[in-house]
Write a protein that binds this ligand. Structure first.
Ligand SMILES: NC(=O)c1ccc[n+]([C@@H]2O[C@H](COP(=O)([O-])OP(=O)(O)OC[C@H]3O[C@@H](n4cnc5c(N)ncnc54)[C@H](O)[C@@H]3O)[C@@H](O)[C@H]2O)c1
Length: 356
């Protein structure tokens, strides 16, 4: 078992990584002093496999949990679904202290966190992430959101969970493509923060999919890095932006290719390769750095080649990204493996790179 703390003063919280922790959520919540009824929010895909275990554990710990199920899919990360979760919470008279458990991937984690941040002006919530992406990224750090028809994650709040419980065993039922997509975020941590971790990923790239010790180690190190970054810059005033490596290009790829064509992680993988390319073009790092990053992405079985979008389509889409400040294009760029910088790049330079 490994416990990593996200240090945020009186809002600090543990990330517990432990095989089989899924059955202990109830007793662990009780140890945190969480009382009252409890609600578990999940979707049918995850709920059919795992809700029973979580509900039993909650009951054994003295909670009277209710189960709230929302349909599976990014399109249900919406105000409408959030509203139907509020309906259930109100109908079951969930009170201010009643904890809510998010059992699922990033979609469930984001919408549940958003509901928890707003229901009765904020109730405690627990993240139980079940995809690799949510275990290494979205469950940690308190970004919660629902989508708006005009853009992803436009409605949301920073609202930290009371704990994150990660059971690496649940990845055994996750489709391999989802595991691969989650690996893009894992690679990201090596590139932005830790060259030894990057080396570790390269060394074991062939065996992560066996979901053994190496995968657990990869989850742990990713969570350590995310916790450290979030502890230093909770609301993304500066440092936290480095977690967006590959995301500016990635979001443009997701939008441009049509949502659903690429998984988020796949688009981020291409985005990282593009960020490496732009870094070389601007003279920030050598071509060897780009080659090593592309090599690792490839060896995990993720794509590096952007889809055939025009430079203009890329630029227009990147300008709409909510991370863009005053219409200036800002990128996380790479100086060496393990070190990145934030840099504004002129539109002409970006265009020249995209056309090259
Ligand atoms: N809050 C943040 O900081 C943050 C960061 C990154 C991404 N996100 C958000 O996360 C979302 C993407 O999350 P995701 O990639 O986890 O996708 P997801 O939640 O849609 O899960 C992917 C699929 O896997 C299924 N699934 C989940 N766990 C499973 C398991 N153990 N076994 C079998 N099937 C399982 C889900 O039902 C779904 O069909 C996006 O909405 C994105 O905006 C948020």
């Amino acid at each position: 078992m490994r416990t990593i703390n996200v240090e945020l003063g009186d809002r600090s919280y543990p990330i517990v990584i432990k095989r089989g922790v899924l059955t202990q959520i109830g007793s662990r919540m009780s140890e945190l002093g969480l009382k009252g009824k409890a609600a578990v929010v999940t979707n049918p895909t995850v709920g059919d496999i795992y809700a029973d275990r979580v509900m039993k554990g909650l009951k054994a710990a003295g909670y009277k949990p209710i189960l709230i199920t929302v349909p599976d899919g990014e399109e249900y990360k919406s105000i409408k679904e959030a509203s139907s979760i509020y309906d259930s919470l109100i109908t079951h008279k969930m009170e201010r202290g009643s904890p809510i458990v998010a059992l699922g991937g990033g979609v469930i984690g984001d919408i549940t966190g958003f509901v928890a941040s707003t229901y009765l002006r904020g109730v405690p919530y627990i993240q139980v992430p079940t995809t690799l992406l949510s275990q290494v990224d979205s469950s940690v750090g308190g970004k919660t959101a629902v989508n708006h028809p005009l853009g992803k994650n436009l409605i949301g709040a920073f609202y930290q969970p009371r704990a994150v419980y990660i059971d690496p065993d649940v990845l055994s039922t996750l489709p391999e493509r989802e595991v691969r997509a989650g690996m893009a975020e894992v690679i990201k941590y090596g590139v932005i923060w830790d060259k030894d971790f990057f080396g570790f990923l390269l060394k074991y790239s062939g065996i992560f999919f066996k979901l053994g010790r190496e995968m657990t180690r990869a989850i742990e190190r990713s969570c350590e890095i995310k916790a450290e970054v979030v502890g230093k810059d909770e609301t993304e005033q500066g440092l936290r932006s480095i977690l967006n490596l590959g995301h500016t290009f990635g979001h443009a790829i997701e939008t441009g290719a049509g949502y659903g064509t690429f998984k988020h992680g796949e688009a981020v993988a291409i985005g990282m390769a593009m960020a490496a390319g732009l870094s070389v073009k601007l003279g920030l790092c050598g071509a060897d750095v780009k080659d090593r990053i592309e090599g690792l992405i490839n060896s995990i079985g993720l794509p590096i080649k952007p889809p055939g979008l025009s430079a203009e389509a890329f630029i227009e889409s990147m300008k709409l990204d909510k991370k863009v400040a005053e219409s200036r294009l800002r990128f996380v760029l790479i100086t060496e493996i393990g070190k990145v910088i934030l840099r504004e790049v002129g539109e002409d330079d970006v265009r020249a790179f995209l056309e090259s």
